[in-house]
Design a protein around this ligand. Structure first.
Ligand code: SF4
Length: 397
């Protein structure tokens, strides 16, 4: 962190290792990966597989499923087979909770990554409350975590699969709460405890997350985590997300408010927008965040003025028509500007411009060059013709 200058338009990614999740590489040398999680019951094989397919069809690149029991872990094997039959090769991740080492060991045979939550590995000494802990008791707990966690790390290493150490602000272990409070420091230390065990076993296929439902906490935790890892020489990729962001506009804005500032600072290698909606609705939000920061270009970038008293046509209606006609194209920037006053300057970087010239007449631009004037009623058709003339048009499927 710290390579980004506040006056630089370039985003410099925090240098990380590359961690493979199935056939998807995650890390600073690779595009930022979009992921999500199904909300179907993992035991309902058919429905779970359908949920995964819907996510993949929407553009999701890694899918997570929950595995609260051994039966769920075994069901993931069946889901995987069904996906293969359907021709879906997406990497799968299993979510492991309370003392779930046995579940993790089982599900590892069927997935590409497991996610553990350090806060739910509660190995506190029976009958002793954290505020009564002595140094010996901390050592006892540390040792118990190590011996319990080690077989999983060894199996991950053997199978060359990945681990997400996924800390949640809302579920820190008692002893972390006692030592650090529910602070970003407590979250970071929770992850570091497990990272150090992996490091001692020479296992490095690690991705780390620091999710919180309160955006300022999440921002601070990720920044501190990146700083701490870099200081200690652990260059692991980060998975970004705001938990329980809610739904609708606010859920999307809250997620963006957490994810985008970190990405702009070069922090983050994979993202999830967690919405209380159908999971596939998360995917366009992820891609919009990445596109708006210039980190991935997966759709047409529309530059449109907000309209004002000078606007020479119904901007909202025209933008809608232009979007309808061109949104299946990729890699293009199209500007729709209400008048000539600010139009050409503001749309200077666009590939094509649709600009109000005089009442009833619009001008079409290729870059900064005015190509032709046409009646407004023929504007969208003429724009499509221009894109076709340039060989940049493909028919929608
Ligand atoms: Fe108004 Fe023209 Fe600016 Fe659009 S481009 S906001 S119409 S001045």
């Amino acid at each position: 962190v710290g390579t980004n200058s506040r006056f630089d338009t370039q985003i410099y990614r925090r240098p990380t290792r590359t961690v493979m999740v199935g056939n998807v590489p995650i890390g600073s040398e690779h595009p930022i990966v979009v992921q999500s999680m199904i909300n179907e019951d993992t035991l309902d094989i058919e429905n779970a597989a359908r949920g995964i397919c819907r996510l993949v069809d929407a553009g999701c690149e890694i899918v997570r499923v929950t595995t609260p029991s051994i039966a769920h872990a075994k069901a993931v094997g069946e889901i995987r087979s069904l996906l293969t039959q359907k021709g879906y090769q997406v990497p799968l991740v299993a979510d492991i909770h309370h003392n779930g080492i046995k579940i993790a060991m089982e599900v590892l045979n069927h997935v590409d990554k497991v996610r553990i939550n350090p806060g739910l590995f509660i190995f506190d000494k029976p009958g002793v409350k954290p505020n009564d802990f002595t140094t010996e008791e901390y050592e006892y707990i540390g040792e118990r975590i190590r011996t319990t966690f080690e077989p999983l790390v060894k199996k991950l290493k053997e199978q060359n699969k990945a681990l997400r150490i996924g800390v949640n602000h809302g579920s820190l272990a008692e002893r972390m709460l006692f030592t650090y409070g529910d602070t970003p420091q407590g979250m970071v230390e929770s992850a570091m405890e497990f990272i150090r065990i992996c490091h001692a076993l020479d296992f490095h296929n690690i991705i780390v997350s620091m999710k919180a439902s309160r955006t300022p906490i999440m921002l601070a935790a990720y920044r501190l985590m990146a700083h701490t890892m870099d200081k200690e020489g652990y260059h692991y990729p980060l998975h970004l997300g705001v938990t329980e962001a809610g739904d609708g506009d606010y859920g999307r804005i809250k997620s963006t408010a957490g994810i985008a500032p970190l990405l702009a600072d070069g922090i983050g290698d994979t993202i999830r927008v967690s919405l209380t909606e159908a999971p596939e609705k998360e995917i366009p939000v992820c891609y919009s965040i990445l596109q708006s920061l210039g980190l991935r270009k997966t759709m047409v970038e529309y530059v449109a003025c907000p309209s004002c008293g000078r606007t020479l046509f119904n901007l909202e209606e025209v933008l809608h028509k232009v979007r309808l006609a061109t949104s299946h194209l990729t890699g293009l920037d199209i500007a729709v500007m209400g008048c000539i006053v600010n139009g050409p300057g503001e749309m200077a970087d666009a590939d094509y411009g649709y600009v109000g010239k005089t009442p009833g007449i619009i001008s079409l631009y290729r870059g900064r060059e005015e190509i032709r004037k046409v009646p407004e009623s023929e504007g969208v058709t003429a724009l499509i013709e221009l894109i076709k003339e340039d060989g940049r048009w493909v028919d929608p499927v």
